[in-house]
Design a protein around this ligand. Structure first.
Ligand code: HAM
Length: 418
């Protein structure tokens, strides 16, 4: 039997309702905040991701799905959406007058990671990107939006961790300082972190290996934020004050938040949630003020975040059961085959009146059709029986009270819609 690829899964009816509700709430909230939906392609030139996420990041080195297409072009399945949104912004919005453009997206991403709870190879993100301002209030807006979204879904016990990597110059200084502080422990790090030391030292600071975590927590990182230039320190201070003034709870400054993608500068943040287990990051984001210029656009500051939808569903419902399916208004049971035509006409008429209505096309016994109506949660069952129909009637059964009545078809339409 052919099966879904490892790290991918079918999202089946019963669970899709939970996804739809999360997506509908996101669309509504994001639009209240002025974000408009953007849909970018799932495939892009690989170079877009190597240039933005960074050559030496885990995503590019180990996780990206890359292939040559029939024209021998180097293509990647998008591992995240920020790079594609920036590419689309440069391609479609350059030269327009509006300085600030706010986008949101919902869709699948692909990373060849080791699958585990909350970690898939095809996973889904919903996120926002606000392009065109370096105002710290925009950072506050974006982080507050993420927190408000979790509250709207009723997900609690989350922690917001924020940090600042400073501008490009500050970031280089931070990398230099961290290299110096980690150098004496190099031999004790895991093999991956040994390799990261030269090319991506910041990643060592969010390695999940116990021995690396211990070394990192013992290293004094004081001086990091002091290492920020005056502008970046003031920016970060304003972000913190802004979040404070909005009463954002469970928000802490954590210098270990460095993010696994190269494009970040200044404010970075992660939101973790208690029920998610080892993969507890439900949302992550930050500023990427240099990315648009680096990808060939004008010098334009920007900030955004992405939620993992699988993790939102897990935090909201655990492993299931998920949201109740919407109940059926009417189930139509047909006892005699010749009455199928009339029953089908009623089905179409009720659906035309926006009534959730269904029937069994299998010509089974009345008992089996009633069982199905029960399973589907039908409020009413309309029974087409030969005797009643000869008198121009059908039976309308109210499933909640188990009472039933004979009536004409036009009366049925009135009753079930009232
Ligand atoms: P990221 O931290 O790579 O950031 O991913 C964001 C979120 O996507 C994670 O916090 C997690 O919830 C979810 N996620 C990531 N990988 C997986 C996976 N394999 N399976 C399930 N969920 C996963 C970004 O992608 C940035 N583009 C975020 C951003 C937007 N920064 C600025 N704007």
């Amino acid at each position: 039997m052919l099966k879904a690829l490892r790290g991918t899964r079918d999202i089946l009816p019963g669970e899709t309702e939970a996804w739809q509700e999360i997506e509908a709430k996101a669309r509504r909230l994001f639009s209240i905040y002025g974000y408009k939906e953007i849909r970018t392609p799932i495939i892009e030139e690989s170079i877009l991701f190597t240039r933005s996420i960074g050559d030496w990041t885990d995503i590019v080195q180990k996780e990206m799905y890359v292939f040559s297409d029939r024209g021998d072009r180097n293509i990647a399945l998008r591992p995240e959406a920020t790079a594609g949104v920036v590419r689309a912004y440069i391609e479609n919005y350059t030269g327009q007058l509006d300085p600030l453009n706010k986008f949101f997206y919902i869709g699948p991403m692909f990373r060849a990671e080791r699958p585990q709870k909350g970690r898939q190879r095809q996973f889904h993100q919903l996120g926002v990107e606000a392009i065109g301002s370096d105002n710290p209030y925009l950072d506050v807006e974006v982080i507050y939006l993420a927190v408000t979204f979790l509250e709207l879904l009723g997900i609690d016990e989350f922690v917001v961790k924020i940090n600042s990597l400073g501008c490009q110059k500050d970031k280089l200084a931070i990398i230099h300082n961290r290299k110096k502080s980690i150098a004496p422990y190099l031999e004790k790090l895991c093999d991956e972190c040994k390799a990261r030391f030269d090319k991506n030292v910041l990643r060592i600071f969010d390695c999940k290996e116990e021995k690396c975590k211990e070394i990192v927590s013992n290293i004094s990182e004081s001086g990091d934020n002091n290492g920020l230039c005056e502008d970046c320190a003031e920016h970060f201070d304003n972000v913190r004050k802004g979040l404070d003034s909005l009463g954002v709870k469970n928000c802490t400054v954590d210098s270990k938040i460095v993010r696994g993608l190269d494009y970040y500068t200044k404010t970075v943040f992660e939101i973790t949630q208690k029920d998610l287990g080892a993969k507890d990051a439900i949302c992550a984001g930050g500023r990427y003020n240099d990315l648009i210029k680096e990808l060939g656009g004008k010098d334009t500051p920007a900030i955004g975040f992405a939620f993992g939808i699988e993790r939102l569903v897990l935090a909201q419902y655990g492993e299931g059961p998920y949201k109740e399916k919407p109940p059926l208004d009417v189930f139509i049971a047909v006892i005699n085959k010749p009455l199928f035509k009339e029953a089908f006409s009623l089905l179409i008429e009720l659906r035309g009146n926006r009534c959730r209505c269904d029937m069994d096309y299998e010509e089974k016994s009345l008992k089996s059709q009633m069982r199905k109506a029960q399973k589907l949660g039908a409020k009413f069952v309309v029974i087409f029986g030969e005797e009643e129909f000869k008198r121009g009637k059908v039976i309308l059964r109210d499933m909640a009270s188990s009472s039933q009545e004979e009536m004409g078809l036009s009366e049925v339409v009135q009753q079930v819609e009232s």
